[in-house]
Design a protein around this ligand. Structure first.
Ligand code: SF4
Ligand SMILES: [Zn+2]
Length: 371
């Protein structure tokens, strides 16, 4: 390093700013406003921590999208009214929720409602406070037993959660938090999500104080990492989570979607989604320490533009099925055995210097290409 070259801290913050800027520039607002109705509705069965199998309705309401859409892999702004946000679309959320909760004839029974808004439920810019509380009242009145929402942790404060939980009148609440990685460089710079360790830990403690269950998501192979580093990242993140007393997490293998930094890297031949066998290895290395599920939407989605984690045509479907079965049973015997396509995997520790230099180089390539 010369006297005038920036130190490692300045280098990382410069990188963070540039990656976040690129991420935002790549996002585009659709040319037409999408109708104010949920963009996804599905019914399935899930196992509660008690072991009971119950019906779930999963709904993604049409929204203006995430208010901090800096993450390098997140495709949600492709699907909602990102860039067309106004008061009307926010107010329509209440209407969408109220219609969601009106039970129609022939609708499958459900006790759990997963209510997602492509962003942070508790961000006031996405859902105003009074609308949040009104939604809680509607959910309580509809006889739902358990509500699942998602949020960045900085929005989960005592001031917000207290009135919300009170309005839920005993409906159990679960909050999904996409921590993605416990490693600060990976999380805040490569994934570029706005989550500090402090805000995450504070949110967990506020939630514990209100009897709210955390649902933590970790990524497998964030952009700029190799397969071997991805596995180390999951293992180290699990060390961190179990140290905090977290008993379960969901793995999200990266899918590559248009209008994201991950997509640009993939187009430039500098990144691929994780091999499915890398996902299996990550599960194998951590499942004895906490309950692990793999988010299936990241393995087989209905969005045909995206590039999904894959293996070979002989084993890919079986590996995905096995991972799904494992998520249900937690039984290691359900994990897939092997396939001749399985590439050698060298689990590599995260070397921040090496990763920072690589990411800076790749970012230069993307910026030169006009991103
Ligand atoms: S915070 Fe969540 S919704 Fe927002 S860009 Fe990141 S992953 Fe997407
Ligand atoms: Zn194979």
């Amino acid at each position: 390093m010369t006297e005038h070259s920036p130190g490692p801290v300045a280098q990382v913050s410069d990188l963070r700013r540039r990656i976040g800027g690129l991420s935002l520039r790549l996002r585009t607002a659709g040319t037409q406003i999408k109708p104010a109705e949920p963009r996804f509705i599905d019914y399935d069965k899930i196992r509660l921590p008690s072991g009971e199998l119950v019906g779930r309705k999963k709904v993604i309401v049409m929204s203006g999208g995430c208010s901090v859409p800096t993450c390098t892999m997140c495709p949600f702004t492709n699907f909602n009214n990102y860039g067309h946000d106004d008061e009307t679309s926010r107010e329509s959320l209440l209407d969408q929720v109220s219609r969601t909760l009106t039970r129609s004839e022939g609708e499958p029974a459900y006790e759990v409602l997963s209510l997602y808004n492509d962003g942070s439920f508790f961000a006031p810019r996405e859902i105003p406070r009074n609308v949040q509380v009104e939604i809680a009242r509607l959910v309580a009145a509809a006889g739902v037993k358990r509500l699942v929402v998602e949020s960045l942790p900085q929005f989960v404060t005592e001031q917000v959660l207290g009135p919300f939980v009170e309005a839920l009148e005993g409906v159990r609440l679960e909050i999904g938090i996409g921590l993605q990685s416990a490693d600060e460089l990976v999380r805040e710079t490569l994934v570029n999500t706005r989550i500090s360790q402090k805000s995450f830990e504070r949110a967990l403690s506020v939630m514990a104080g209100h009897g709210v269950d955390p649902k933590i998501y970790l990524m497998v192979k964030p952009p700029f990492l190799s397969e071997g580093e991805a596995v180390s990242d999951v293992v180290a993140s699990v060390d961190y989570l179990t140290g905090l007393g977290v008993r379960g997490m969901t793995l999200c293998p990266t899918r590559v979607s248009p209008h994201t930094v991950a997509w640009e890297l993939w187009q430039a031949g500098q990144y691929t989604p994780p091999n499915l066998w890398t996902v299996v290895e990550a599960v194998r290395l951590v499942h004895e320490r906490l309950a692990v599920r793999v988010a299936c939407v990241n393995l087989r989605g209905s969005d045909f533009e995206s590039v999904f984690p894959d293996a070979c045509p002989v084993c890919a479907d079986d590996v995905v099925d096995a991972l799904m079965r494992f998520g249900e049973s937690g039984d290691a015997a359900d994990l897939p055995a092997d396939c001749s396509c399985r590439p050698p995997l060298e689990v590599t520790p995260l070397d921040h210097k090496v990763i920072t230099a690589r990411a800076a180089l790749l970012l230069n390539v993307l910026e030169r290409a006009g991103g």
